[in-house]
Design a protein around this ligand. Structure first.
Ligand SMILES: Nc1ncnc2c1ncn2[C@@H]1O[C@H](COP(=O)(O)OP(=O)(O)OP(=O)(O)O)[C@@H](O)[C@H]1O
Length: 487
């Protein structure tokens, strides 16, 4: 098969997988609203013009939101995070922390507890154990919670919203903000599933295109939406009486801050809420920029962080292989594959062209290869990622752009076919950490192999070594015995 044939074959294979695999990504707001008993118009796509600056910011925001959506779709069950550490910073020492081991201990409404069990949740996840007693406490606690995707954050705040709304009162009591329509719809799906036994419950989506007549008063208990439309509904159109909101959730704060407009709108909404309203903010990362934003949104919070090993390189063995050109790199890769048993590998290339070429070469040699490339839309990317996750392909070849922010739980080896560099050609250490952090998760030992085109890339490798203060050892891929020793 030629490279091109192969590209075509994989494309067809990916498309074939789609129908069965990505159903729950194709969320239809109209259906969701119908399911929630809503009679309002279905949202449509925005066709408004944007200027160039907004477009580029939107591009970044879209990439970040896409990654988040893919992560959600990939993590359809809880991660095994037994070796992560939970850190809780609490401002009020008079209110002791305690954690629960069962949902019964939370004294939920019977209909809600039934919904939780019907979702197959037997016991709270690690973050839920600690967060839920605080979130459901009286008086309510404000919270900033950070933990990676798939640890149960969404379920925690949805449970809180559902616990706090009184369905006898036909007005909005909980507002939830998400960065995109798709992410808002995903939250809505969890609300509807968990609250399905709460017969009177009504949910509405404040998202682009969902137009209500002027002068409307919303009677739904929970409003989920994106900052722009929510701001209009709350302030300009006054569909919602802000003084009656008792719970405010801001999800995916790290994705939200990719757009300045979203930040400003979120802050303006939050300012209109009463002091008594419980505020919560969730994020998958804990960067300074996220925390600065979080502190503007949530006053006097309990801060919960779930730390994972990924943030350190301590348990990852790092090597480099000197090569002169791509052919030599390919031979080195073949030697590694010939000498050691590799579970699953991720291989990072600098360009789409190299990734395509490498995928076709490896596939020709009989390897089961997945290719995450720039041509794929989000559903296709999900299909590739799912196949890899399910072990149908043992090798995933990708470029930086595609893999950024996507959370693949465990691979045995990461190969930097090309070292990560920034726009100015300098070492991109943050990306390096993100790439190789995919191996060595949860305290297991990981392996990272860097291919170095001499001599220029040696300098980049040394920059990475200096940055992390860790030696990257030379490796000769001609010596099978030496190769065996590295695993
Ligand atoms: N206590 C639980 N028991 C079993 N499964 C759970 C529990 N809590 C959540 N889950 C499931 O685990 C998966 C991840 O949960 P959730 O979506 O709440 O995590 P998250 O941290 O918000 O991650 P993401 O940002 O990817 O959505 C979901 O499929 C959810 O249904």
């Amino acid at each position: 098969m030629s490279g091109q044939d192969w590209d075509k074959a994989i494309e067809e294979q990916e498309k074939g997988e789609l129908a069965s695999k990505v159903g729950n990504l194709r969320l239809n707001p109209a259906e969701k609203q119908h399911a929630a008993g809503d009679k309002t118009a279905a949202p449509t796509q925005n066709t408004g013009d944007t200027n160039n600056k907004e477009e580029s910011e939107e591009d970044v925001a879209k990439a970040v939101a896409d990654a988040s959506l893919l992560n959600k779709a990939l993590h359809n069950k809880l991660l095994d995070i037994s070796e992560t550490q939970l850190e809780v910073q609490q401002k009020d020492p008079n209110s002791p922390l305690y954690s629960v081991k069962s949902f019964e201990e939370l004294h939920l409404k019977p209909d809600l507890l039934k919904g939780v069990y019907e979702m197959g949740f037997n016991a709270p996840s690690k973050i839920q154990e600690t967060a839920l007693p605080l979130l459901l406490a009286d008086p309510p606690k404000n919270m900033i919670a950070q933990s990676q995707s798939g640890t149960g954050k969404t379920a925690a705040f949805v449970l809180t919203m559902l616990s706090r709304v009184n369905t006898n009162n036909n007005w909005p009591q909980a507002i939830c903000l998400a960065p995109t329509l798709e992410l808002a719809m995903q939250i809505g799906a969890v609300v509807e599933q968990m609250g399905k036994n709460m017969k009177e419950l009504k949910v509405i989506y404040a998202v682009r295109g969902n137009k209500l007549p002027r002068g409307s008063k919303i009677e739904h208990h929970i409003v989920i939406g994106t900052p722009g439309t929510m701001l209009d509904w709350c302030i300009k159109l006054r569909f919602i009486d802000m003084n009656r909101i008792t719970v405010f959730v801001l999800d995916e704060a790290d994705v939200m801050i990719a757009t300045q407009g979203h930040q400003d709108q979120s802050i303006r909404i939050q300012r209109k809420l009463p002091n008594t309203c419980q505020m919560m903010l969730f994020s998958a990362t804990y960067e300074d920029s996220v925390m600065q934003f979080a502190n503007k949104i949530v006053s006097d919070p309990v801060v919960i962080r779930l730390r994972r090993e990924e943030e350190s390189l301590a348990n990852i063995k790092q090597f480099y292989v000197l090569c002169s050109n791509e052919k030599e790199k390919y031979e080195a890769l073949s030697n590694i594959y010939g000498a050691i048993t590799i579970g699953q590998a991720m291989i990072f290339c600098h360009t789409r062209k190299t990734a395509n070429w490498l995928a076709s070469q490896m596939s020709r040699e009989g390897h089961a290869v997945g290719l995450l490339s720039g041509e794929l839309d989000i559903s296709q990317r999900l299909a590739v990622l799912k196949r890899f996750k399910e072990g149908k392909e043992k090798i995933l070849i990708t470029t930086n752009v595609m893999a950024r922010g996507i959370d693949i739980e465990q691979v045995t080896i990461v190969v930097n076919f090309d070292l990560p560099v920034d726009m100015s050609g300098q070492a991109d250490c943050e990306t390096y950490l993100h790439r190789i952090g995919r191996t060595g998760r949860f305290g297991k030992n990981g392996l990272a192999i860097n291919f170095v085109d001499r001599p220029r890339n040696m300098d980049i490798l040394q920059q990475i070594e200096r940055h992390f203060g860790r030696k990257i050892l030379p490796l000769s891929t001609d010596d099978a015995e030496e190769l065996e020793k590295i695993v």
